[in-house]
Design a protein around this ligand. Structure first.
Ligand code: ZN
Length: 98
């Protein structure tokens, strides 16, 4: 049915109206602080600050393993199980006897 003209175009800018300015900033600060919080590595159990490789990808500086977590924190708020995105192939230490 044409003619209703109800199609609203909500752009990216529309989401950040002045109305939400302060609360958004507060939320963002929370997110940033969370990024640098200490978490327990699910793979080696070390309490450490994770390195954020990209959105949802975190690396434990202790064991060097990469795993998927939340976008802004190693753990998602809903408490989803963390899946190992990929283990670093460690070069096997060979005893150079020759
Ligand atoms: Zn680890």
């Amino acid at each position: 049915m044409p003619g209703t003209g109800r199609t609203r175009v909500v752009g990216v800018a529309g989401r950040f109206g002045a109305r939400y300015g302060s609360s958004l900033r507060k939320k963002w600060r929370e997110v940033v602080e969370r990024r640098y919080s200490v978490y327990v590595c699910p793979l080696c159990g070390t309490k450490t600050v994770f390195e954020r490789l990209s959105v949802g990808l975190w690396r434990c500086p202790k064991c060097g393993r990469v795993f998927a977590g939340g976008a802004y924190q190693p753990y998602t708020e809903v408490g989803r199980a963390i899946t190992v995105a990929g283990e670093r192939a460690r070069p096997q230490e060979r005893s150079s006897s020759q």
